[in-house]
Design a protein around this ligand. Structure first.
Ligand code: NAD
Length: 494
């Protein structure tokens, strides 16, 4: 399939294969169905791609298993694996504009953001783990006279990766980078809504030097391909990013099959806390980015914005102005000047609009936004709620859209209690010029990540992951390597 881009940001043709990529080849599915892929800015069908089924997952697992035993895993050196990952990063970089255009088209991302965050971020992550591939060491442990043990950090074998639609390329890189650096082979399922960049990337896998079967991409629905990966008896580990509901299903499937290892990056309802002594201009800028970036479809989005009473009015005035400014820059993701695009799908649009409705019904006030933008595509205005109470759905549940709730607070103790009053524990953002207070609160918040005087600035070498029902295990940094290896202790009696 070839798509001809003729946009302000990119002109040119991009060709992708719409089949399944298994064993280094494009194949037709054994079972499954064609899946329509839509442009969220217009709701037009872009193309149809093959979706696989259980038999296709099995075929991919067999290819991955063979590759693991013969050409990858313990049969390669870290240096060789690193070389392939680095080459893949180079090839993506050489096609940066093509990947950006596809990601923007399929997800509705603002072009400049897709380029700098999604595609460039992917290159960065693959290079980072290419560097780690030859640095995965065990330890030597003394156990007595003429005795010692050593540890080996061995790969699991075949790893299943299931990723969501909000950052399709980044999530792919976060999964395959550490998994393959450690020597695992991979069966990856993109989101059925956003497979286009993964399909374009599959065409580079052989050229990068990955032996056939090391990286397999099986597009399809969660209920078929995702479920088949989670319950496959020869997949030794599954790494998942997506909703808490699906994470729970995957963990159950893993438990009921071969007790495979599971790491989960799930949802969030992250607090942004702004104290009276914050640099307000900075806090407004970051709070705005924290909830509205990527149209709020960010798992670490600062969706509950707690503001101390002394600066509440001023904050709200300027934050509202910022949201209105963004609303004026809503439109075609490829047009220069656009800062706010559509949500990814009709389903996500309906979900976000139903939360806005529920907020109103429960008595909260729409301070700005709250409506659809335009009459085609899945655009929702940047929306701010006030007058919300802790029990409301808009305060408790993840909306995953451009909808922030601003809540006034009095004391540090009170805001810590409210911030922690959630089933989630992914991230938090704290704004204060009082360093002691900022650190004290950072330690009191139950979340896997805390940003002080900034928000959601993901760094490749810093662990990413959540507490509570936001998941388990960590991605990125050195920490991710632990989740893709198992430790073997070898006891030696000389
Ligand atoms: P989702 O859980 O519906 O889908 C995620 C992936 O899981 C998709 O590929 C889907 O096909 C697959 N899937 C669905 N049902 C499955 C099943 N029964 N078994 C196996 N796989 C299945 O989530 P989504 O709607 O794609 O993404 C939005 C959610 O993801 C939000 O809740 C968001 O917070 C979360 N998310 C979290 C992070 C993080 O790092 N913590 C990052 C991005 C998104």
């Amino acid at each position: 399939f070839t798509y001809n881009f003729d946009t302000a940001a990119y002109k040119g043709a991009v060709t992708i294969n719409t089949g399944l990529f298994i064993g280094g080849e494009w194949v037709d599915p054994i079972e499954g169905e064609l899946i329509e892929i839509r442009n969220p800015a217009t709701d037009e069908v872009i193309t149809k791609v093959a979706g696989g089924g259980k038999a296709d997952v099995d075929r991919a697992v067999q290819a991955a298993k063979k590759a693991y035993k013969t050409t990858w895993g313990l049969k390669t050196t870290g240096r060789e694996r690193g070389k392939a990952l680095a080459k893949l990063a180079d090839l993506i970089e050489q096609n940066l504009d093509e990947f950006t255009a596809l990601e923007s088209l399929n997800v509705g991302k603002v072009y400049a953001n897709a380029k700098h965050v999604d595609v460039t971020g992917t290159v960065t992550v693959l290079r980072y783990y290419a560097g780690w591939a030859d640095k995965i060491h065990g330890k030597t442990i003394e156990t007595g006279e003429n005795k010692f043990a050593y540890t080996r950090h061995e790969p699991y074998g075949v790893v299943g990766s299931i990723i969501p639609w909000n950052f399709p390329m980044n999530m792919l890189a976060w999964k395959i980078g550490p998994a393959m650096a450690c020597g695992n082979t991979v069966v990856l399922k993109p989101s059925e809504f956003t497979p286009l960049t993964a399909l374009r990337l599959a065409d580079l896998v052989n050229e990068a030097g990955f032996p056939p079967g090391t990286l397999n991409i099986v597009n399809g629905y969660g209920s078929s391909v995702g479920q088949a990966i989670s319950e496959h008896m020869q997949i030794e580990k599954v790494a998942f990013t997506g909703s808490t509901l699906t994470g729970r299903r995957i963990m159950k499937a893993a438990a009921d099959s071969n007790l495979k290892a599971v790491t989960l990056e799930l949802g969030g309802k992250s607090p942004t806390i702004i104290f009276d002594d914050a640099d307000l201009e900075q806090a407004i800028k970051w709070a705005c980015m924290g909830i509205f970036f990527n149209m709020g479809q960010v798992c670490t989005a600062g969706s509950r914005i707690f503001v101390q009473e002394g600066v509440y009015d001023k904050f709200l005035e300027h934050f509202t102005a910022a949201a209105k400014g963004l609303a004026e820059k809503t439109g075609d993701p490829f047009a220069s000047g656009t800062q706010h695009g559509p949500l990814v799908s009709q389903a996500q649009f309906d979900r976000v609009m139903s939360y806005i409705k529920s907020g109103k019904e429960e008595g909260a006030t729409v301070h700005t936004g709250g409506e659809r933008h335009g009459d085609k595509g899945f655009f929702v205005q940047p929306t701010i709620f006030t007058d919300a109470h802790p029990g409301m759905k808009i305060v408790q549940e993840e909306i995953f859209g451009p909808v922030g709730v601003v809540i006034k607070f009095k004391t540090e103790e009170e805001v810590i209690e409210q911030a922690n009053d959630t089933i989630y524990g992914l991230a938090s953002h704290i704004f204060s010029e009082n360093t002691s207070r900022a650190i004290r609160v950072a330690h009191a918040i139950e979340s896997g990540m805390v940003w002080v005087n900034c928000a959601n600035t993901v760094e490749v070498n810093v662990p990413f992951g959540g507490y509570k029902q936001s998941g388990n295990g960590r991605e990125l940094g050195e920490y991710a390597l632990e989740t893709y290896t198992q430790v073997k202790a070898v006891h030696i009696n000389i």
